[in-house]
Write a protein that binds this ligand. Structure first.
Ligand SMILES: [Zn+2]
Length: 211
């Protein structure tokens, strides 16, 4: 069933208001950057972004159409969980409303979280930034890495190996931002020739999901 014009309007408003909530949180974190996480003024759960509670915000607004005025009120929930339904096990953050479905969704490749040498830190500000992109594009986002051969020895002279590129993409594969890159040793999928990051399963993601 297609959403009604009112449902589309509510979804858009909730994404807009949630985006300004997330922007405020980022601004507050920046202003209070020296504040201890257990301080009462800290705006997030002390173990954010890997938190086990639901972060909530009440959103109210009024729509005026001609002579009619309608009031809307929703609670928006920001939640984290580690997906264990498949071997790829991404870490997942969602923002959902009390009545509507998911407003924003961010997945992070678990290999990146478990890699202590990763050049990218999945901290509170980066999770909030990725969620903003999900609101803006009205699409779920996935942060992962891909490995490409080092074909430009001018940039990395004398280095043997591949380049791992860390990127945020939509689920359709559209690039949203690049966060970092590093040189990695050569490692390939045991079932095809795809290059792999230095740690994690010894097969590529498509073979991981289809075996
Ligand atoms: Zn493969």
């Amino acid at each position: 069933m297609n959403p009604t014009p009112e449902q589309l309007m509510i979804g858009k408003r909730l994404r807009d208001f949630s985006a300004s909530w997330i922007r405020n949180l980022r601004d507050t974190l920046q202003t209070l950057s020296t504040l201890p996480r257990n301080s009462y003024a800290y705006p997030l759960p002390s173990n954010f972004p890997f938190f086990d509670t639901s972060l909530q915000e009440k959103i109210h607004w009024i729509e005026v159409h001609g002579n009619t005025t309608r009031r809307y009120g929703f609670v928006v929930h920001f939640e984290y969980h580690l997906d264990t339904t498949n071997l790829w096990s991404p870490a997942v953050w969602i923002v959902r409303s009390s009545a509507m479905s998911i407003l924003g969704r961010v997945e992070v490749d678990f290999r990146i979280l478990s890699d202590t040498d990763s050049p990218v830190v999945i901290d509170e500000d980066f999770v909030l930034e990725m969620m903003l992109h999900s609101f803006l594009r009205e699409q779920p986002m996935r942060f992962s890495s891909r490995v490409v051969p080092n074909i430009n020895p001018v940039i990395y002279p004398g280095v043997i190996g591949n380049i791992e590129i860390f990127e945020l993409r939509t689920f359709d594969g559209v690039l949203v931002l690049e966060r970092g890159r590093r040189m990695v040793a050569n490692r390939i999928c045991s079932m095809c020739d795809q290059l792999l990051p230095p740690s994690g399963p010894n097969v590529c993601i498509s073979h991981l999901l289809n075996t």
